[in-house]
Design a protein around this ligand. Structure first.
Ligand code: ATP
Length: 364
């Protein structure tokens, strides 16, 4: 049986003047999914979230929640709650009253309210804190109260607008993992917007990468990382070395590229219809590069570079090399087999061509 969709949008458009901030967005979010919308500032994330919440109306397209059309339903009648970056807990109310606020407005009786407040506090790991004031909580605890306040209302969808943005780095790291666990524990469908790729990658079941009002790719995090569909996704998700050149030949999805410094390299073609003579870019992840003295082995492709520096940060060693004036990054193995790399020494970097991606590029 197909999983029921909690949220489905078709052909959503929202224009401001001549600019479509949301431009033909269609999406389908199965029940219980942690769905992230990831993109740089100004790509239209907030506009899209506001359409889903009902604070704004699309110019075209439809929004359905659990099969019901929502376009003309006001925000307070949608089975949706929203967590904002600035939490806005009521400072003069206790934690319990903050959490119970929505229930009270829905006229839930006091005994039932107390029971549900205690239950949700237990679930977010803050049992017995009903009587505290928000000021007496840590940043992470306040965050969990803000979530509890929404989750106690049992929305079909919880919309989260960069809720970790205001936290310091350490707390953000911790809250990423907690949020993911809480989402699974409650089973509520989360639609989470962020410009931070590591947040989206760690927490999500599905990530939509958004650019200029459109989705470039919608996929689970591992797939986005392994099989980026566009140069934008390849550049935005994880680190990549980018090398420009011209296509010499294409065979069986592998392209041979003459880099701008004349060296011949190979990688797997992603862009459809890439032909001999076209400009192209080769994307290689730092961890796909190995240092080799022998050049090609097991069908690997390789290139010459010059070592600039080795950067050691405790868990990893990274090498920055120079490829005809362009920086190239590689990881050094951690098993003691790392070669001794002197600054300015020549190295050969090799890779499995199936792990390098070739995208068509515009003429320089
Ligand atoms: P950020 O991460 O910086 O919040 P975002 O991805 O959420 O960015 P939006 O706030 O949705 O992006 O904005 C998308 C585009 O729409 C931007 O070009 C913005 O200037 C424009 N825009 C958003 N709201 C309005 C508005 N009310 N009137 C005119 N233009 C708007």
């Amino acid at each position: 049986m197909a999983t029921e969709s909690d949220l489905s949008c078709t052909g959503l458009i929202r224009r401001f003047g001549n600019n479509a901030a949301v431009d033909h967005i269609s999406l389908d979010v199965p029940a219980g999914t942690f769905f992230s919308i990831l993109g740089p500032s100004g790509c239209g994330k907030t506009t899209l979230l506001r359409l889903l919440a009902g604070f704004d109306k699309p110019d075209e397209g439809d929004i359905h929640i659990r099969g019901q059309r929502m376009n003309d339903v006001p925000p307070n009648r949608r089975p949706v709650n929203m967590v904002f970056q600035h939490l806005a807990l009521f400072p003069t109310m206790s934690v319990g009253d903050n959490i119970g606020y929505g229930l009270k407005r829905r006229k839930v009786a006091i005994v039932e309210r107390r029971k549900r407040i205690a239950g949700v506090l237990e679930q977010v790991g803050l049992p017995g804190l009903e009587h505290r004031n928000p000021q007496e909580l840590s940043g992470g605890q306040r965050q969990r109260v803000a979530l509890a306040r929404c989750l106690v209302l049992e929305p079909t969808l919880l919309l989260l607008d960069e809720p970790l943005g205001a936290l310091d780095l350490k707390l953000r790291e911790q809250m990423k993992i907690e949020l993911k666990h809480l989402q699974k524990q409650f089973g509520t469908t989360f639609v989470y917007i962020t410009h931070d790729q590591s947040e989206a990658m760690v927490m999500s079941d599905q990530v939509a990468v958004m650019k200029d009002g459109r989705f470039d790719q919608v996929a689970p995090p591992e797939e986005l990382y392994r099989e980026p569909a566009t140069p934008f996704v390849a550049g935005f998700v994880g680190d990549n070395n980018r090398l420009a050149g011209e296509v010499v030949s294409v065979m069986d999805n592998l392209a041979e590229i003459r880099l701008d410094d004349g060296e011949l390299v190979r990688g797997r073609v992603v862009s459809a219809g890439l032909q001999r003579g076209a400009r192209a870019e080769l994307y290689i992840r730092p961890e796909s590069l190995v240092f080799t003295d022998e050049g090609l082995n097991r069908g690997f492709s390789s290139m010459q570079a010059k070592v600039r520096t080795t950067l050691f940060d405790g868990a990893n060693s990274r090498v920055e090399a120079d490829k005809s004036g362009q920086p190239v990054y590689a990881r050094l193995p951690q098993d003691g087999s790392a070669p001794k790399l002197m600054a300015n020494s020549a190295v050969r970097l090799a890779w499995d061509p199936m792990l390098a991606r070739v995208f068509g590029a515009d003429k320089p």
